[in-house]
Write a protein that binds this ligand. Structure first.
Ligand code: TXA
Ligand code: MG
Length: 311
C-alpha cells in the first residue's frame, strides 16, 4: 500500500488550509474537508455537484471526539462497541454547542457520523483537531470510487491531493442507521442488518425507499455507470457486457466476474470497479446475473437496482 508519514503530513496541510482532498476508507473513497469550516465544506458540494439539501457524513477517530458534537444514547453505545471503527454510520442529535458547520447538516439538528477503519484514514484523523466531512468521492448519482485512480478520473486537477490507501476492502458504502428514536435503517451497506439486530436484541425497521426521501442514498437513480443496466438476466444480448457472480466454464470476452466462487463479500468489493471497467471498455449496456438477496447481497442488489434506473 502506497502510504507513508509524509503523505499524511501533506494531506493534513491541505486540510488545514481548507482544501478538499481524496481519502481512502474501508468502504469507498471519500472527498474530505474540515467539518467545522463553512468555507471548506462548501467546496465539497460544488465539486460533487451535490444539492445543498443533501447532508454529509462526518468522520471521527473515536467516541471522545464525537461527544463534543453529538448526543449519544444506549443503542449507539452498544453498536459503537461492537462495530466501530467499521462500515456503519449513525444518525444522532447534534449537541447544543456543536461546532459542526451548518452547511454539513443543511441546518438540521442531527448528524450522520462514522468511525472509519482504514488505517491510513485513522492515522490522518489522529493528526487533526477537527473531524472530516466526507461524502463518497464521486460526482453525484455516479459510480462510487474504490481506488485513488477512480477519484482522479472524476475530479482531475480540481482537487489538490488524493491520499492513496490502495483498493477499498469492503467496496460498498456504510450501512446507515438512524438512532434518534427507534433504530431505523436508511441505507443498506457494508454491515449486515441481521448483525445489528443481534447486538440490539430487537428487530429493526428498514426504510430505504420512503415516500419522503430522508437520505439521498435513497434517490431513485444513484450509483450509476451512465449506461443502461438490467438485473436478473439469464442470457445477455450479443453486444452486452455480462456481470456474473462466479466463473463459468464457457468463458466469453464480454463476461465479467464479481467473484471466483459465488462469494458475496468478494462481489461487493469488486462491484464498482467492474462497472467502471465495463464502461471504459466501451460497452453500451450491462446485463447482471441474479444475485442472491441475502446478507451483503441485499446491499449489492440495492445498488444495482438504483443503477438500473438509468435511461
Ligand atoms: O461508506 C460511506 O458511508 C462513505 C465513506 C466515504 O464514509 N460515505 C458516503 O457518503 O457514502 P455519501 O455522502 O455518499 O452518502 C451518505 C448518505 C447520503 O445519502 C446522505 O443523504 C445521507 O448519508 N445522510 C447524511 N447525513 C444525513 C442525516 N443527517 N440524516 C439522514 N441521512 C443523512
Ligand atoms: Mg455517495
Amino acid at each position: 500500500m502506497k502510504f507513508n508519514q509524509s503523505n499524511i503530513k501533506k494531506a493534513k496541510n491541505y486540510l488545514d488550509k481548507n482544501y478538499c482532498i481524496g481519502v481512502p476508507t474501508e468502504t469507498v473513497y471519500g472527498l474530505a474537508a474540515n467539518a467545522y469550516s463553512n468555507h471548506a465544506v462548501k467546496k465539497i458540494f460544488k465539486l460533487k455537484k451535490r444539492p445543498p439539501s443533501n447532508p454529509l457524513i462526518v468522520h471521527y477517530c473515536n467516541i471522545n471526539d464525537l461527544k463534543k458534537d453529538c448526543l449519544i444514547n444506549k443503542d449507539f453505545l452498544k453498536l459503537y462497541k461492537k462495530f466501530s471503527p467499521g462500515p456503519i454510520t449513525y444518525i444522532l442529535n447534534l449537541a447544543k454547542n456543536s461546532k459542526i458547520s451548518k452547511i454539513v447538516t443543511n441546518k438540521k439538528n442531527n448528524l450522520a457520523v462514522r468511525f472509519p477503519k482504514h488505517r491510513v484514514f485513522r492515522k490522518l484523523l489522529t493528526k487533526l483537531n477537527y473531524p472530516l466531512a466526507a461524502p463518497s468521492a464521486n460526482i453525484s448519482t455516479k459510480l462510487s470510487a474504490v481506488q485513488a485512480s477512480d477519484v482522479r478520473e472524476d475530479f482531475g486537477n480540481k482537487i489538490k491531493y488524493i491520499l492513496d490507501g490502495g483498493k477499498c476492502n469492503i467496496g460498498i458504502e456504510s450501512t446507515i442507521i438512524d438512532l434518534r428514536n427507534k433504530p431505523n435503517v436508511l441505507r443498506l451497506g457494508g454491515l449486515e442488518v441481521s448483525k445489528i439486530e443481534k447486538i440490539l436484541g430487537k428487530k429493526i425497521t428498514i426504510n430505504i425507499n420512503p415516500k419522503k426521501k430522508i437520505a439521498p442514498g435513497q434517490l431513485h437513480l444513484h450509483y450509476s455507470p451512465g449506461i443502461p443496466l438490467r438485473m436478473n438476466i439469464k442470457k445477455p444480448k450479443k453486444d452486452e457486457a455480462y456481470l456474473l457472480l462466479k466463473k463459468k466454464k464457457n468463458y466469453r470476452p464480454n463476461y465479467f466476474y464479481l467473484s471466483k466462487k459465488n462469494n458475496l463479500k468478494e462481489a461487493a468489493k469488486n462491484l464498482y470497479s467492474l462497472l467502471r471497467k465495463i464502461k471504459h471498455k466501451g460497452y453500451k449496456s450491462i446485463a447482471v446475473e441474479k444475485i442472491q438477496n441475502i446478507g451483503i447481497g441485499q446491499s449489492i442488489n440495492d445498488r444495482l437496482k438504483r443503477a438500473s434506473r438509468f435511461q
